[in-house]
Unconditional design. Structure first.
Length: 130
């Protein structure tokens, strides 16, 4: 009898453990400026970018994860569900101390969109200190 109860609890928990992707199985659409050009920055400055992503679909938007392309880039994002017609944000910072010249850094946003991945780009020119 205890085995039956344990199996029922196990399978009940297994069924209720849905990933965010499964809970938001419907896809939505987004719009926004996905490229941020910071112009010129002096080597060593931290460049900050804020991207606004508008939910243009008919179902809630859920950003699941943001993945910077390298260790010099940090990113944060809107972690709540975004209703249709509303906007979410993604913020990114690029540390320029190891760069000189034109740079392009990417942040990949995973969401319930099709395609699932949207790439945000931070670009500009890093002026080398003399």
């Amino acid at each position: 009898m205890i085995r039956i109860i344990l199996l029922a609890v196990f399978f009940g928990n297994l069924i209720s453990c849905q990933s965010d992707r499964e809970r938001f199985a419907e896809d939505t659409t987004i719009e926004g400026e996905f490229v941020y050009n910071f112009g010129d920055a002096v080597q060593g400055e931290v460049v900050k970018a804020r991207f606004e992503i508008k939910n243009t679909g008919d179902v809630p938007l859920k950003l699941f994860e943001v993945k910077p392309s390298c260790g010099c880039t940090l990113a944060d994002y809107e972690k709540s569900t975004v209703d249709p017609g509303k906007s979410a944000w993604v913020e990114a910072e690029v540390e320029t101390k190891d760069f000189g010249g034109v740079i392009s850094k990417k942040v990949t946003v995973m969401a319930n969109t099709k395609p699932t991945a949207t790439v945000l780009t931070i670009t500009g020119n890093v002026l080398v200190k003399n």
